[in-house]
Design a protein around this ligand. Structure first.
Ligand code: AP5
Length: 225
């Protein structure tokens, strides 16, 4: 149990959390729990959660703490996540971080590390305005930095690429403001607890990946000693 990897990905919108998660889940065989993906799937299925969440997401605001916390604690207690997890998009506020700490403590688990991917606002704007996502596979592209082989089509299965509803310029600005006000304080929160690891997200995806992977591998070794 002590060597289970319980990881959080933290960083502004567009930092490359999803991009890195895709690689890290392969490296370490971890279940990936993304609040954004869970909420977007719920919105597509028009569930009660999805309809509520969409109204916040489209405005670039956070869904209420109690709503998202219940969803995530349930996911962390599922059989899939029993031996470790990679959490993306949660916590995003101090109350969410406290709720997560209590939830993990109740099941005698602890966080291994919080991976903060740092990227300045101008780069976030460039990345999100050029991001395209496959409607079927969810694979993420960028029109300049990571273009698909055929414009508008996913490399994996040729499915259509679309722009996320919350990647419009006015919503990007709002998401950044919310990040600085609500989520950025979590860096200090986890730094104080000795869990924070910082990464320069302005480097190429492969370089960012190499750095994070090496850090996690070291943490796991230290844990096993
Ligand atoms: P969520 O889906 O979590 O959005 P986010 O945190 O804003 O993050 P993104 O998915 O936009 O970016 P990313 O860091 O994954 O970047 P990506 O890898 O795609 O949340 C959406 C909404 O849900 C929230 O606004 C909120 O309403 C709600 N929500 C979610 N969690 C919540 C919570 N806990 N509480 C309350 N509400 C919550 O990369 C971006 C682009 O850059 C891509 O095009 C990619 O190809 C490119 N790229 C990636 N890495 C690089 C690189 N190194 N160099 C160049 N380009 C790169």
């Amino acid at each position: 149990m002590s060597s289970e990897l319980n990881l959080i990905l933290l960083g502004p919108p567009g930092a490359g959390k999803g991009t890195q998660a895709e690689r890290l889940t392969d490296d370490f065989n971890l279940p990936y729990i993304s609040t954004g993906e869970i909420l977007r799937a719920a919105a597509r299925d028009q569930t009660e959660l999805g309809t509520l969440a969409k109204s916040y997401m489209d405005r670039g605001e956070l869904v209420p703490d109690a709503v998202i916390t219940a969803v995530i604690l349930e996911a962390l207690n599922s059989a899939d996540a029993r031996d470790g997890f990679l959490l993306d998009g949660f916590p995003r506020t101090l109350p969410q971080a406290d709720a997560l700490a209590l939830g993990l403590e109740a099941s005698e688990r602890r966080l291994t590390a919080v991976i903060l991917i740092e990227v300045p606002d101008e780069e976030v704007e460039r990345r999100l305005s050029g991001r395209r996502v496959s409607v079927k596979t969810g694979r993420v592209y960028h029109v300049d930095f990571d273009p698909p082989k055929h414009e508008g089509r996913c490399d994996v299965d040729g499915s259509r690429l679309i722009q996320r509803d919350d990647d419009r310029p006015e919503t990007i600005a709002k998401r950044l403001a919310v990040y600085h006000a609500e989520t950025e304080p979590l860096a200090d929160y986890y730094e104080e607890r000795g869990l924070l690891r910082r990464f320069d997200g302005t480097r190429a995806p492969t370089e960012v990946h190499d750095h994070i992977r090496a850090t996690i591998a070291t943490l796991r070794l230290e844990d096993e000693l």
